[in-house]
Design a protein around this ligand. Structure first.
Ligand code: NAD
Length: 248
């Protein structure tokens, strides 16, 4: 029960990595405010975890909707009185080579993956600063460090997430608060986000990964858990790669 009595917000909690994290955190005793666009999947998550030990508090939320985030934070303060952790996990892709990338697809990826992290953190951080503690995990990607063909928009957001992580690790501790901010940079993970990649490409990528396979959502969730829990109490401003060794 590594998250007993902790209140943790996870965005993008209805699918893939976010869902695996919500389930794991719930097993570790947390109250998980599980945010996503997909209300039906959130309800299914709540049903699935009813005997897990913690509690799933499902919340339909778009991370681009600042008014809704502000209301949610007020609701959490009233209902639970604190926020121990925030996992900024929600993310989307709209891939195309630069020449073919539409402005619309640039804007939407920036709005969800980059501004969404800014939005959530801007409303949650004041609560953490006031209580004097908290842990924030931002989901980046190896693509944010090394780039990737066809992902100008996505790579820009994931690089930006790393820059915000380091900035906030410095900013939130300025007056002595114990607020840690770290990023996780997954490699190729089996989730709905990657299921459209053709089998041939998957095989090629797996050949290049030292551990010779794609990762599972649970393998990322384990690192989220470590970074949100007190076990990582002296780690802040870091980017933890979880990629089977792909980029060494
Ligand atoms: P996924 O598509 O399975 O899940 C993403 C979830 O985010 C979905 O439930 C979706 O409804 C939700 N979401 C999308 N837009 C939202 C919004 N505006 N507001 C709230 N929720 C929203 O994807 P995943 O693979 O689990 O990805 C999770 C995170 O991990 C993302 O940030 C992604 O960029 C990152 N990541 C994934 C991989 C991978 O290989 N799967 C690799 C590196 C990084």
């Amino acid at each position: 029960m590594r998250l007993k009595e902790k209140v943790v917000i996870i965005t993008g909690a209805a699918s893939g990595i976010g869902k695996a994290a919500a389930k794991l955190f719930c097993k570790e005793g947390a109250t998980v405010v599980a945010c996503d666009l997909n209300e039906e999947l959130l309800q299914a998550l709540k049903d699935e975890t009813k005997d897990f030990g913690g509690e799933i508090y499902p919340k339909k939320l778009n991370v681009t909707d600042r008014e809704a985030i502000k209301e949610l934070v007020e609701e959490i303060k009233e209902k639970f009185g604190k926020i121990d952790g925030l996992v900024n996990n929600a993310g989307i892709t709209r891939d195309a080579l630069l020449q073919r990338m539409t402005e619309e697809n640039w804007d939407i990826v920036i709005n969800v993956n980059l501004k969404g992290v800014f939005n959530m953190t801007q409303f949650v951080a004041p609560v953490m600063l006031k209580q004097g503690y908290g842990s924030i995990v931002n989901t980046s990607s190896i693509v944010g460090i090394y780039g990737n063909i066809g992902q100008t928009n996505y790579a820009a957001t994931k690089g930006g997430v790393i820059a915000m992580t380091k900035t906030w690790a410095k900013e939130f501790t300025r007056k002595g608060a114990n607020i840690r901010v770290n990023a996780v940079a997954p490699g190729f993970i089996k989730t709905p986000m990657t299921e459209k990649i053709p089998e041939k490409i998957v095989k090629m990528v797996e050949e290049r990964i030292p551990l010779k396979r794609m990762g599972t959502p649970e393998e990322i969730a384990n690192v989220y858990l470590f970074l949100i829990s007190d076990e990582s109490s002296y780690i802040t401003g870091q980017v933890i790669g979880v990629d089977g060794g792909l980029v060494i």
